[in-house]
Write a protein of this length. Structure first.
Length: 404
Protein backbone atom coordinates (compact mmCIF):
# COMPACT_ATOMS: atom_id res chain seq x y z
CA UNK A 1 0.00 0.00 0.00
CA UNK A 2 1.33 3.44 -0.94
CA UNK A 3 0.24 6.61 0.78
CA UNK A 4 0.43 9.97 -0.94
CA UNK A 5 1.65 12.49 1.58
CA UNK A 6 0.19 15.90 2.18
CA UNK A 7 1.91 17.61 -0.75
CA UNK A 8 3.14 20.72 1.04
CA UNK A 9 5.34 19.10 3.71
CA UNK A 10 8.43 18.45 1.59
CA UNK A 11 8.37 21.89 -0.09
CA UNK A 12 8.11 23.46 3.36
CA UNK A 13 11.19 21.51 4.49
CA UNK A 14 13.14 22.55 1.42
CA UNK A 15 12.09 26.19 1.77
CA UNK A 16 14.71 28.38 3.43
CA UNK A 17 12.24 29.50 6.12
CA UNK A 18 12.58 26.03 7.71
CA UNK A 19 16.36 25.93 7.74
CA UNK A 20 16.80 27.01 11.36
CA UNK A 21 14.48 24.29 12.68
CA UNK A 22 13.25 21.63 10.24
CA UNK A 23 12.61 19.06 12.98
CA UNK A 24 8.88 19.72 13.57
CA UNK A 25 8.35 19.26 9.84
CA UNK A 26 10.33 16.02 9.93
CA UNK A 27 7.90 14.81 12.61
CA UNK A 28 5.01 15.50 10.22
CA UNK A 29 6.91 13.75 7.45
CA UNK A 30 7.36 10.58 9.53
CA UNK A 31 3.59 10.07 9.71
CA UNK A 32 4.00 8.63 6.20
CA UNK A 33 7.27 6.62 6.33
CA UNK A 34 7.39 6.05 2.56
CA UNK A 35 5.59 8.84 0.76
CA UNK A 36 4.81 9.08 -2.94
CA UNK A 37 5.20 12.64 -4.19
CA UNK A 38 3.22 14.31 -6.97
CA UNK A 39 6.18 14.07 -9.36
CA UNK A 40 6.42 10.28 -8.91
CA UNK A 41 9.40 10.34 -6.54
CA UNK A 42 9.41 8.79 -3.06
CA UNK A 43 10.48 10.30 0.26
CA UNK A 44 11.62 8.01 3.10
CA UNK A 45 11.75 9.57 6.56
CA UNK A 46 11.66 6.91 9.33
CA UNK A 47 14.65 5.15 10.83
CA UNK A 48 13.70 1.53 10.16
CA UNK A 49 12.80 2.16 6.54
CA UNK A 50 15.92 4.26 5.95
CA UNK A 51 18.20 1.65 7.51
CA UNK A 52 16.57 -1.08 5.44
CA UNK A 53 16.86 0.69 2.12
CA UNK A 54 20.43 1.89 2.72
CA UNK A 55 21.43 -1.78 2.93
CA UNK A 56 19.27 -2.88 0.00
CA UNK A 57 21.32 -3.95 -3.05
CA UNK A 58 18.50 -2.76 -5.30
CA UNK A 59 19.10 0.86 -4.27
CA UNK A 60 21.28 2.56 -6.87
CA UNK A 61 23.50 5.61 -6.66
CA UNK A 62 23.88 5.75 -10.43
CA UNK A 63 21.85 8.50 -12.10
CA UNK A 64 21.59 6.35 -15.23
CA UNK A 65 19.18 4.05 -13.39
CA UNK A 66 16.53 6.75 -13.11
CA UNK A 67 13.57 6.44 -15.45
CA UNK A 68 13.42 10.21 -15.79
CA UNK A 69 16.93 11.65 -16.10
CA UNK A 70 17.63 14.45 -13.66
CA UNK A 71 19.59 17.63 -14.11
CA UNK A 72 22.67 16.61 -12.14
CA UNK A 73 26.15 17.99 -12.68
CA UNK A 74 27.62 14.63 -11.66
CA UNK A 75 25.89 12.94 -14.58
CA UNK A 76 27.90 15.00 -17.07
CA UNK A 77 31.34 13.98 -15.83
CA UNK A 78 33.20 10.86 -14.73
CA UNK A 79 31.26 10.03 -11.53
CA UNK A 80 32.94 9.63 -8.16
CA UNK A 81 32.54 6.36 -6.28
CA UNK A 82 29.71 7.85 -4.24
CA UNK A 83 27.63 7.94 -7.42
CA UNK A 84 28.28 4.49 -8.86
CA UNK A 85 27.22 1.01 -7.78
CA UNK A 86 29.09 -2.23 -7.08
CA UNK A 87 31.32 -3.65 -8.37
CA UNK A 88 32.71 -0.38 -9.74
CA UNK A 89 32.00 1.44 -6.48
CA UNK A 90 33.83 -1.21 -4.48
CA UNK A 91 36.91 -1.12 -6.72
CA UNK A 92 37.23 2.68 -6.62
CA UNK A 93 36.60 2.89 -2.89
CA UNK A 94 39.20 0.18 -2.21
CA UNK A 95 41.79 1.97 -4.34
CA UNK A 96 41.16 5.25 -2.48
CA UNK A 97 41.09 3.58 0.94
CA UNK A 98 44.53 1.98 0.36
CA UNK A 99 45.99 5.43 1.01
CA UNK A 100 43.50 6.72 3.55
CA UNK A 101 42.94 4.07 6.17
CA UNK A 102 43.03 0.43 7.23
CA UNK A 103 44.34 -2.06 6.38
CA UNK A 104 47.07 -0.46 4.24
CA UNK A 105 47.51 2.86 6.07
CA UNK A 106 45.89 2.20 9.46
CA UNK A 107 47.64 5.02 11.28
CA UNK A 108 46.83 7.88 8.90
CA UNK A 109 44.02 9.48 10.91
CA UNK A 110 45.41 8.90 14.41
CA UNK A 111 48.87 9.93 13.26
CA UNK A 112 47.57 13.35 12.27
CA UNK A 113 46.35 14.18 15.77
CA UNK A 114 49.40 16.30 16.73
CA UNK A 115 49.07 18.32 13.52
CA UNK A 116 45.33 18.77 14.05
CA UNK A 117 45.90 20.04 17.58
CA UNK A 118 48.57 22.45 16.34
CA UNK A 119 46.23 23.88 13.69
CA UNK A 120 43.42 24.29 16.23
CA UNK A 121 45.73 25.94 18.75
CA UNK A 122 46.99 28.39 16.15
CA UNK A 123 43.48 29.38 15.11
CA UNK A 124 42.40 29.94 18.72
CA UNK A 125 45.59 31.92 19.38
CA UNK A 126 44.45 34.28 16.63
CA UNK A 127 41.32 35.12 18.68
CA UNK A 128 43.52 37.08 21.07
CA UNK A 129 42.23 40.63 21.34
CA UNK A 130 38.96 39.86 19.54
CA UNK A 131 35.78 40.54 21.45
CA UNK A 132 33.56 39.08 18.71
CA UNK A 133 34.38 35.84 16.87
CA UNK A 134 32.74 34.17 13.89
CA UNK A 135 33.06 30.48 14.69
CA UNK A 136 32.60 29.68 10.98
CA UNK A 137 34.95 32.12 9.26
CA UNK A 138 37.54 32.29 12.04
CA UNK A 139 37.68 28.61 12.95
CA UNK A 140 35.28 25.94 11.64
CA UNK A 141 36.05 26.67 7.96
CA UNK A 142 39.84 27.22 7.94
CA UNK A 143 40.54 24.18 10.15
CA UNK A 144 39.18 21.34 7.95
CA UNK A 145 40.17 23.14 4.76
CA UNK A 146 43.78 23.21 5.94
CA UNK A 147 43.57 19.52 6.84
CA UNK A 148 42.06 18.29 3.57
CA UNK A 149 44.48 20.42 1.50
CA UNK A 150 47.38 18.80 3.36
CA UNK A 151 45.96 15.30 2.90
CA UNK A 152 45.23 15.69 -0.80
CA UNK A 153 48.26 17.76 -1.72
CA UNK A 154 46.26 20.82 -2.76
CA UNK A 155 48.06 24.14 -2.13
CA UNK A 156 46.38 25.88 0.81
CA UNK A 157 46.94 29.24 -0.86
CA UNK A 158 44.62 28.15 -3.71
CA UNK A 159 41.65 28.07 -1.33
CA UNK A 160 40.14 31.36 -2.63
CA UNK A 161 39.96 29.80 -6.10
CA UNK A 162 38.33 26.52 -5.22
CA UNK A 163 36.09 28.08 -2.53
CA UNK A 164 34.07 29.80 -5.27
CA UNK A 165 33.71 26.56 -7.23
CA UNK A 166 32.75 24.51 -4.19
CA UNK A 167 30.06 27.00 -3.20
CA UNK A 168 28.52 26.85 -6.67
CA UNK A 169 28.61 23.03 -6.66
CA UNK A 170 27.00 22.84 -3.20
CA UNK A 171 24.25 25.25 -4.26
CA UNK A 172 23.46 23.07 -7.29
CA UNK A 173 23.23 19.76 -5.38
CA UNK A 174 19.60 20.36 -4.43
CA UNK A 175 18.65 22.04 -7.72
CA UNK A 176 14.88 22.07 -8.21
CA UNK A 177 13.80 22.84 -11.80
CA UNK A 178 10.37 23.97 -10.53
CA UNK A 179 11.69 26.73 -8.29
CA UNK A 180 15.35 27.40 -9.12
CA UNK A 181 16.68 29.38 -12.07
CA UNK A 182 18.61 27.43 -14.70
CA UNK A 183 21.57 29.65 -13.86
CA UNK A 184 21.98 27.84 -10.52
CA UNK A 185 22.46 24.50 -12.26
CA UNK A 186 24.62 25.96 -15.01
CA UNK A 187 26.91 27.54 -12.43
CA UNK A 188 27.25 24.20 -10.65
CA UNK A 189 28.06 22.38 -13.88
CA UNK A 190 30.69 24.96 -14.87
CA UNK A 191 32.18 24.96 -11.36
CA UNK A 192 32.49 21.16 -11.49
CA UNK A 193 34.37 21.44 -14.78
CA UNK A 194 36.62 24.20 -13.43
CA UNK A 195 37.43 22.34 -10.22
CA UNK A 196 38.18 19.10 -12.03
CA UNK A 197 40.37 20.91 -14.54
CA UNK A 198 42.27 22.48 -11.65
CA UNK A 199 42.71 19.12 -9.91
CA UNK A 200 43.73 17.54 -13.22
CA UNK A 201 46.51 20.11 -13.51
CA UNK A 202 47.78 19.22 -10.06
CA UNK A 203 47.62 15.52 -10.92
CA UNK A 204 49.75 15.96 -14.05
CA UNK A 205 52.57 17.24 -11.84
CA UNK A 206 52.49 14.14 -9.60
CA UNK A 207 53.06 11.31 -12.07
CA UNK A 208 56.43 9.67 -11.48
CA UNK A 209 57.30 11.88 -8.53
CA UNK A 210 57.61 10.85 -4.87
CA UNK A 211 55.29 12.30 -2.25
CA UNK A 212 53.05 11.45 0.68
CA UNK A 213 49.92 13.32 -0.32
CA UNK A 214 46.90 11.40 -1.63
CA UNK A 215 47.05 12.79 -5.17
CA UNK A 216 50.66 11.66 -5.53
CA UNK A 217 49.97 8.24 -4.05
CA UNK A 218 47.00 7.64 -6.34
CA UNK A 219 48.95 8.86 -9.36
CA UNK A 220 51.70 6.30 -8.74
CA UNK A 221 49.81 3.39 -7.15
CA UNK A 222 50.94 -0.02 -8.39
CA UNK A 223 48.75 -2.07 -6.07
CA UNK A 224 47.25 -5.46 -6.96
CA UNK A 225 44.23 -3.87 -8.68
CA UNK A 226 46.29 -1.45 -10.73
CA UNK A 227 45.85 2.30 -10.82
CA UNK A 228 42.82 4.49 -11.18
CA UNK A 229 42.62 6.33 -14.47
CA UNK A 230 43.45 10.02 -14.29
CA UNK A 231 39.75 10.83 -14.70
CA UNK A 232 38.92 8.55 -11.76
CA UNK A 233 41.63 10.13 -9.60
CA UNK A 234 40.36 13.62 -10.38
CA UNK A 235 36.79 12.53 -9.62
CA UNK A 236 37.87 11.00 -6.29
CA UNK A 237 39.90 14.08 -5.35
CA UNK A 238 36.97 16.30 -6.25
CA UNK A 239 34.71 14.33 -3.91
CA UNK A 240 37.21 14.28 -1.04
CA UNK A 241 38.05 17.97 -1.34
CA UNK A 242 34.39 18.98 -1.11
CA UNK A 243 33.16 16.39 1.39
CA UNK A 244 36.39 16.62 3.37
CA UNK A 245 35.67 20.12 4.56
CA UNK A 246 32.04 21.07 3.88
CA UNK A 247 30.53 18.48 6.20
CA UNK A 248 33.12 19.03 8.95
CA UNK A 249 32.52 22.80 8.90
CA UNK A 250 28.84 22.11 9.61
CA UNK A 251 29.56 19.49 12.25
CA UNK A 252 31.91 21.75 14.22
CA UNK A 253 29.63 24.77 13.90
CA UNK A 254 26.49 22.82 14.81
CA UNK A 255 28.45 21.44 17.75
CA UNK A 256 29.37 24.84 19.17
CA UNK A 257 25.84 26.13 18.63
CA UNK A 258 24.43 23.10 20.45
CA UNK A 259 26.86 23.48 23.35
CA UNK A 260 26.07 27.17 23.74
CA UNK A 261 22.38 26.26 23.82
CA UNK A 262 23.13 23.60 26.46
CA UNK A 263 25.51 25.35 28.86
CA UNK A 264 25.31 22.50 31.38
CA UNK A 265 26.77 20.14 28.76
CA UNK A 266 29.42 22.71 27.82
CA UNK A 267 30.51 22.96 31.44
CA UNK A 268 30.56 19.21 31.76
CA UNK A 269 32.77 18.86 28.67
CA UNK A 270 35.18 21.39 30.14
CA UNK A 271 35.41 19.30 33.30
CA UNK A 272 35.32 15.90 31.53
CA UNK A 273 37.22 16.13 28.21
CA UNK A 274 36.76 12.40 27.58
CA UNK A 275 33.02 13.05 27.22
CA UNK A 276 33.73 14.44 23.75
CA UNK A 277 33.68 11.04 22.01
CA UNK A 278 30.09 10.29 23.05
CA UNK A 279 29.15 13.93 22.63
CA UNK A 280 30.18 14.00 18.97
CA UNK A 281 28.21 10.81 18.30
CA UNK A 282 25.14 12.41 19.84
CA UNK A 283 25.80 15.54 17.80
CA UNK A 284 25.84 13.43 14.63
CA UNK A 285 22.37 12.22 15.60
CA UNK A 286 20.94 15.45 16.99
CA UNK A 287 22.36 18.12 14.62
CA UNK A 288 24.05 16.26 11.75
CA UNK A 289 25.94 18.02 8.96
CA UNK A 290 24.09 16.12 6.20
CA UNK A 291 20.31 16.10 6.45
CA UNK A 292 19.20 14.67 3.13
CA UNK A 293 20.45 12.38 0.40
CA UNK A 294 18.54 14.19 -2.35
CA UNK A 295 18.30 11.27 -4.72
CA UNK A 296 18.83 7.58 -5.16
CA UNK A 297 17.35 5.32 -7.83
CA UNK A 298 15.43 2.07 -7.62
CA UNK A 299 17.59 -0.39 -9.57
CA UNK A 300 14.56 -2.69 -9.67
CA UNK A 301 11.27 -2.78 -7.78
CA UNK A 302 12.03 -2.27 -4.06
CA UNK A 303 9.75 -3.20 -1.17
CA UNK A 304 10.05 -0.77 1.73
CA UNK A 305 7.58 -1.44 4.52
CA UNK A 306 4.18 -1.78 2.88
CA UNK A 307 5.24 0.11 -0.22
CA UNK A 308 6.65 -1.16 -3.50
CA UNK A 309 8.81 1.50 -5.14
CA UNK A 310 8.88 0.89 -8.91
CA UNK A 311 12.09 0.41 -10.84
CA UNK A 312 13.61 3.69 -11.98
CA UNK A 313 11.92 5.84 -9.33
CA UNK A 314 13.76 8.69 -7.69
CA UNK A 315 14.10 8.24 -3.91
CA UNK A 316 14.91 10.97 -1.37
CA UNK A 317 16.39 9.82 1.94
CA UNK A 318 15.70 12.09 4.94
CA UNK A 319 18.58 10.99 7.16
CA UNK A 320 18.19 13.67 9.82
CA UNK A 321 14.52 12.79 10.20
CA UNK A 322 15.41 9.14 10.78
CA UNK A 323 17.89 10.08 13.50
CA UNK A 324 15.10 11.88 15.38
CA UNK A 325 12.61 9.01 15.01
CA UNK A 326 10.94 8.35 18.41
CA UNK A 327 10.32 4.73 17.38
CA UNK A 328 14.11 4.25 17.41
CA UNK A 329 15.47 6.79 19.89
CA UNK A 330 14.08 7.58 23.35
CA UNK A 331 13.25 11.28 23.75
CA UNK A 332 14.89 12.02 20.39
CA UNK A 333 14.59 15.80 20.56
CA UNK A 334 16.77 15.92 23.70
CA UNK A 335 20.53 16.37 23.33
CA UNK A 336 21.97 13.61 25.52
CA UNK A 337 25.71 12.83 25.27
CA UNK A 338 25.15 9.82 27.57
CA UNK A 339 22.76 8.22 25.10
CA UNK A 340 23.30 4.48 24.70
CA UNK A 341 22.93 2.42 21.50
CA UNK A 342 23.33 5.53 19.39
CA UNK A 343 23.22 4.03 15.90
CA UNK A 344 22.52 7.34 14.17
CA UNK A 345 22.45 8.03 10.44
CA UNK A 346 24.74 11.05 10.67
CA UNK A 347 27.27 9.51 8.27
CA UNK A 348 24.72 7.46 6.34
CA UNK A 349 24.90 3.68 6.37
CA UNK A 350 25.56 0.74 4.08
CA UNK A 351 28.17 0.64 1.35
CA UNK A 352 28.24 4.44 1.05
CA UNK A 353 28.95 5.03 4.74
CA UNK A 354 30.95 8.26 4.89
CA UNK A 355 34.50 7.60 3.66
CA UNK A 356 35.97 10.39 5.77
CA UNK A 357 33.95 9.74 8.93
CA UNK A 358 36.96 8.84 11.13
CA UNK A 359 38.75 12.07 10.19
CA UNK A 360 35.64 14.22 10.67
CA UNK A 361 35.07 12.67 14.10
CA UNK A 362 38.63 13.36 15.24
CA UNK A 363 38.64 16.91 13.87
CA UNK A 364 35.37 17.72 15.64
CA UNK A 365 36.45 16.09 18.90
CA UNK A 366 39.63 18.16 19.00
CA UNK A 367 37.90 21.36 17.85
CA UNK A 368 35.12 21.29 20.43
CA UNK A 369 37.35 20.21 23.30
CA UNK A 370 39.86 23.00 22.69
CA UNK A 371 37.25 25.70 22.06
CA UNK A 372 35.51 24.86 25.32
CA UNK A 373 38.79 24.53 27.24
CA UNK A 374 40.31 27.80 26.10
CA UNK A 375 37.34 30.12 25.68
CA UNK A 376 35.29 31.24 28.66
CA UNK A 377 32.12 33.30 28.76
CA UNK A 378 30.97 32.93 25.16
CA UNK A 379 27.47 34.09 24.26
CA UNK A 380 25.55 33.89 21.00
CA UNK A 381 25.04 37.19 19.20
CA UNK A 382 21.91 35.91 17.40
CA UNK A 383 19.94 32.73 17.92
CA UNK A 384 19.05 31.23 15.56
CA UNK A 385 22.03 32.27 13.46
CA UNK A 386 21.79 32.71 9.68
CA UNK A 387 21.95 29.39 7.85
CA UNK A 388 23.42 28.25 4.57
CA UNK A 389 20.86 28.04 1.75
CA UNK A 390 21.09 24.27 1.29
CA UNK A 391 18.68 21.91 3.11
CA UNK A 392 21.02 19.04 2.21
CA UNK A 393 24.25 20.20 3.87
CA UNK A 394 22.69 22.13 6.74
CA UNK A 395 24.61 24.45 9.02
CA UNK A 396 25.03 28.11 9.97
CA UNK A 397 26.75 30.28 7.40
CA UNK A 398 27.99 32.43 10.29
CA UNK A 399 28.01 31.83 14.04
CA UNK A 400 28.87 35.06 15.83
CA UNK A 401 29.80 34.84 19.50
CA UNK A 402 30.89 37.50 21.98
CA UNK A 403 33.52 36.98 24.64
CA UNK A 404 32.13 38.32 27.90
Amino acid sequence: MTTIQTPDILPRILDYSARADPYPLYAELRRTPVALQEDGSYVISTYRELADILHNPHLSSDVRNLTHPMAAAEARTTPSFINVDPPEHDRLRRLAMRHFGPPHTPGLVSGMEPDLRAIVSGLIDDFEGKQRIDIVDDFAYPFPVTVICHLLGVPREDEPRFHVWVNAIIESIDYNPKTDPQEKLDNGVQATKDLRQYLGGLLEQRHGRPGDDLLTRLANDDGPEGRMTDAEIVSTANLLLIAGHETTVNLITNGMLTLLRHPEVLQRLRAEPDLVVRLVEELLRYEPPVHIIPWRAAYSDISVGDTVIPKGSQIMLMLASGSRDPDRFHDPDRFDPDRQDNQHLGFGSGIHLCFGGPMARLETQIALTELVRRLDGLSLVTDPPPYRPSPVLRGPIHLLVDRN
